[in-house]
Design a protein. Structure first.
Length: 75
């Protein structure tokens, strides 16, 4: 399992872009479970666009973590 945490970087979408994730207006595109178009890659917080609030990042991080856990259990 690979886990990458990236906090407070000016270009937080660069790594996701290199992995093949769809980027729109410098935001990583995610679905309702915070999954990107790349299997097993989840994104949350500031890099997904919208409000730049800690509460949003915590909420999305929880969703992403639960979805990632479900994904890994299914493998």
């Amino acid at each position: 399992m690979v886990c990458l945490w990236q906090f407070g970087t000016a270009s937080s979408t660069d790594f996701a872009r290199k992995l093949g994730a769809f980027i729109n207006n410098n935001a990583i595109q995610v679905d309702k479970d915070m999954a990107t178009n790349v299997e097993g890659l989840y994104a949350c917080g500031d890099c997904t666009g919208g409000l730049l609030q800690i509460s949003k990042a915590v909420y999305e991080g929880t969703k992403a973590g639960l979805a990632c856990s479900k994904f890994l259990r299914g493998r």
